[in-house]
Design a protein. Structure first.
Ligand code: ATP
Ligand code: MG
Length: 172
């Protein structure tokens, strides 16, 4: 169903700002005031799990929550300047109870946050990817559909052969 992304993300940013501040991390949010086709409860949990990891595993620097339009999709990303995740671990971090010894040491958690992200994204049909540069940082990406709707224009105008998106507009 339609979810107002701007509101959801700014609420999450408020929720995590104190934690970030306590760690001396800069938490930045670049959100878009668009509606996406998702589920508010699941989407909130997915972004929470990504954000809490970014803050938890990043000792210094910044965490950025950003989103931008990509065609009819929305690309939501959580960037951090943490330790990064090496190639062999990238394939396993979404497994139940998997934690990377070196990064997880001394940090609370059971290794289920990303397993939940993976399952919820699959149920919703959203794509999750992760890119990382060990020693530099990590970015988790979520791709989800925008709510598109027909504009109230005469039918003949809509049927003109223009781009595939003609006659459609993004509800903001
Ligand atoms: P929890 O169940 O509380 O989320 P967790 O954070 O250990 O516990 P996951 O969120 O599933 O579990 O993450 C799995 C592991 O992946 C973490 O233990 C950590 O080693 C690694 N990891 C996750 N996010 C990052 C990140 N942003 N930077 C570096 N390592 C990360
Ligand atoms: Mg976690």
């Amino acid at each position: 169903q339609p979810v107002a992304l701007g509101e959801l993300l700014s609420n999450l940013a408020d929720e995590y700002s104190l934690l970030a501040k306590q760690k001396g991390l800069q938490l930045k949010v670049r959100s878009q005031d668009v509606q996406v086709l998702s589920d508010a409860t699941y989407l909130r949990r997915i972004v929470q799990n990504m954000l809490s990891n970014a803050i938890k595993y990043t000792p210094k620097g910044k965490v950025l929550l950003s989103c931008r339009l990509r065609g009819e999709q929305l690309l939501l990303q959580v960037w951090d300047t943490g330790p990064g995740i090496a190639e062999p671990d990238l394939a396993r971090i979404f497994d139940d109870f998997y934690r990377i010894d070196a990064t997880a040491k001394g940090q609370q958690g059971v290794g289920l946050g990303l397993a939940v992200v993976h399952r919820m994204a699959r149920v919703l049909g959203h794509r999750v990817t992760v890119h990382s540069r060990p020693g530099h940082g990590t970015v988790f990406s979520l791709t989800l559909p925008l709510l598109l709707t027909q504009m109230t224009r005469p039918v003949e105008e809509l049927s003109r052969p223009r781009s595939a998106l003609a006659g459609l507009k993004v509800i903001c």
